[in-house]
Write a protein that binds this ligand. Structure first.
Ligand SMILES: [Mg+2]
Length: 281
């Protein structure tokens, strides 16, 4: 009966989409800094404040998870119909990323800015050890609904295996379903999640994926060499629309890594200046 209620609820949700135009404020040249780390940390402050404090981010998350419920239920219904023809009936699953998808780490980012620091693995571990990250808006409600709709939840994250206990504690304390060893796939040598997704797909029908990075859906999105990767978005638009929900994260990610590259903060800052010049800014 509860499933029927969910179906009716899902059917009743009207998916609304709107176009959003972001107008970048005009900026003057950043003041010369002898400390690239402090400078990069400062440059990230608007993104972090937006993620942490804005009602806009709060609503985008809620809106996205509302859309996720609709997509999930449509796919559940479609999959259920297919079972009438298929000989094999497999459990259904939803795959979610963790950071900036179901848990909000913007407090860590704020602390980093206050201290004039960029991402640091040791600082990050201090944060995750606390296991106090709050659920992203709408995430908990969505995953509890997924459970009600007989979908298992798999958490595929690039948190380190050493963060396993604290991550499970954080998820469980927050009330997330399926927060156990069998449903948590941590990074084990590579940030590429392809193999871990395949492991879930070997035993389950995956009806939806949710993440704050396009790479949470497909590793092909790592390539930003042509049109900053927007060509890959266009090429995969159909499957993205049907099986993926993307959440906002201006604080870090593949978009920035593609510009900054690896190395010291001074090197990253230099590459950013080169990117400005290359693109005529
Ligand atoms: Mg993430």
């Amino acid at each position: 009966m509860r499933s029927i209620t969910l179906l009716l609820l899902a059917s009743a949700i009207v998916a609304c989409s709107g176009t959003k135009t972001a107008t970048a404020p005009s900026t003057t040249s950043a003041p010369a800094s002898t400390d690239a780390t402090v400078e990069l940390a400062r440059m990230g402050s608007d993104a972090v404040l937006w993620q942490n404090a804005s009602a806009e981010a709060y609503w985008i998350y809620k809106q996205a998870y509302e859309g996720a419920l609709t997509k999930m239920m449509w796919n559940v219904v479609e999959r259920s119909k297919a079972y009438f023809d298929d000989a094999v009936r497999r459990p259904m699953a939803v795959i979610v990323d963790i950071d900036e998808t179901v848990l909000d780490n913007s407090p860590y980012q704020i602390e980093a800015i206050k201290n004039g620091r960029t991402f640091d693995q040791a600082d990050w571990k201090v944060w995750t050890d606390k296991a106090i990250a709050k659920p992203s808006p709408g995430a908990l409600e969505f995953l509890l609904m997924a459970k009600e709709a007989s979908c298992e939840v798999f958490y595929i994250t690039n948190r380190d295996v050493r963060e396993k206990a604290s991550t499970l504690k954080n998820l469980n304390d927050a009330g997330f379903p399926f927060a156990d060893d069998a449903h948590l796939l941590l990074m084990d040598g590579t940030s590429d999640k392809t193999e871990r997704r395949a492991r879930v797909r070997a035993t389950h029908d995956v009806v939806l994926l949710v993440g704050d990075q396009l790479r949470d859906f497909d590793e092909r999105f790592k390539d930003r060499s042509v049109s900053d990767g927007k060509n890959v978005v266009d090429a995969m638009a159909d499957s993205l629309s049907k099986y993926f929900v993307l959440l906002p994260n201006p604080m870090y990610g593949t978009y920035r890594d593609a510009i900054h590259g690896k190395g010291t903060d001074a090197e990253k800052q230099q590459r950013m200046q080169e990117w400005f010049q290359r693109n005529g800014y």
